[in-house]
Write a protein that binds this ligand. Structure first.
Ligand code: SAM
Ligand code: DTB
Ligand code: SF4
Length: 340
């Protein structure tokens, strides 16, 4: 029986937010294990292929030219560098490689270059994802023909709160790109950020926008705001971790088959918070020391956490062969082999 729904109403989502915490997590966990393999996590490495100089004014982003003291803009990365970084990600056990560019929208020439990068990722046997800003219908089709697996394009927050965060584009622009991506056959990755000064109502409405799409996004990243110096949201009050975990649980309940990605902000989270997110239904993370411009948890720390939690990386058949393991962990594995 399919448990797909795309007719969520605000009252019932707010009721979910109001549930006792343990009951909500228990319900979300049940939905999770009915729809996904238990204790598995999918990992995706991010690479910024074009950093900074973005004309959009997203109030949270270090790459916007509107932030105070903007970071230096780089040209589009060379194919050789992309190959090098993608190889490294593969060696570290990543199965998906996501390339991000600080563009409002890519030019057709940019799309030609990105298609060559997508080929590199596929040649290495990884799934591809790109996030390049707004697309035209034709550009989405061209990316689809290249075999691109996922396009990431976040709604970020509710329609109502959006204008307080970004003024250079509107919600409908975002939805249009998502429509072209879906129509082209590329899988949709779309989520949001918590900690933008939004209310619980806004969080519920963001999830409703995503869950009430004709088809649920195959992947929903839930980011915790990483406060970046010089941006308008730098001094925001931090979102409570329990509220963050609740939002993950409700995403899982509303979009049972979707990969819910515990995204930016893990670097400042305790292991226990992350563990609760996984229990609540998160089954994907960004993997590797860097997100786009912000730091992320190291591969070694993540592997240790997954091991402590008895979780396995999807598609990772040979964990002890990874060159990025710390000397200490390598020695432990070696000693265990000697004993057995
Ligand atoms: N320029 C493209 C766009 O906006 O779609 C792609 C790159 S953009 C950096 C990708 C996403 O990262 C944003 O939509 C936003 O949700 C997230 N993001 C950016 N800065 C962040 C921050 N400081 N904390 C958390 N998430 C952030
Ligand atoms: C998403 O939802 N989060 C990622 C990815 N999609 C591209 C990006 C997070 C960026 C965090 C801030 C930075 O690294 O600049
Ligand atoms: Fe540009 Fe994307 Fe950053 Fe917005 S989030 S300023 S569109 S790079």
């Amino acid at each position: 029986m399919s448990n797909f729904r795309n007719n969520w109403e605000i009252e019932e989502v707010l009721d979910l937010f109001d549930k006792p915490f343990n009951e909500l997590l228990y319900d979300a966990h049940e939905v999770h294990i009915e729809n996904h393999k238990k204790d598995m996590v999918q990992v995706c490495t991010l690479l910024s292929i074009k950093t900074g100089g973005c004309p959009e004014d997203c109030g949270y982003c270090s790459q916007s030219i509107h932030s105070e003291d903007p970071i230096e803009a780089t040209p589009l990365m060379s194919l050789d560098e992309v190959r090098k970084q993608a190889k490294l990600a593969k060696e570290q056990g990543s199965t998906r490689f996501c390339m991000g560019a600080a563009w409002r929208r890519p030019s057709n020439k940019n799309i030609d270059r990105v298609i060559k990068m997508i080929d590199i990722v596929h040649d290495l046997g990884m799934e591809s994802c790109v996030t390049l800003g707004m697309l035209s219908e034709d550009q989405a089709l061209r990316l689809s023909k290249s075999g691109l697996n996922y396009y990431n394009h976040n709604l970020d927050t509710s329609r109502e709160h959006y204008t307080k965060v970004i003024s250079t584009r509107n919600y409908q622009d975002r939805l249009n790109t998502l429509k072209y991506v879906r129509k082209s056959g590329i899988k949709v990755c779309s989520g949001g950020i918590l900690g933008l000064g939004e209310s619980r109502d806004d969080r519920a409405k963001l999830l409703i926008e995503l869950a009430n799409l004709e088809q649920h996004p195959e992947s929903v990243p839930i980011n915790m705001l990483v406060p970046m110096e010089g941006t308008r949201h730098y001094s925001n009050e931090k979102i409570e971790e329990l509220e963050f975990i609740r939002t993950i649980a409700i995403s899982r309940i509303m979009m049972p088959k979707t990969y819910v990605r515990l995204s930016a902000g893990r670097e400042s989270m305790t292991e226990s918070t992350q563990a609760l997110c996984f229990y609540a239904g998160a089954n994907s993370v960004f993997y590797g020391e860097e997100l786009l411009t912000a730091p992320n948890v190291s591969v070694e720390k993540d592997r240790e956490l997954f091991s402590k939690l008895g979780m396995k990386i999807e598609g990772d058949n040979n964990p002890e062969k990874k060159p990025s393991l710390t000397k200490k962990v390598q020695k432990k594995i070696h000693n265990l082999k000697l004993i057995s």
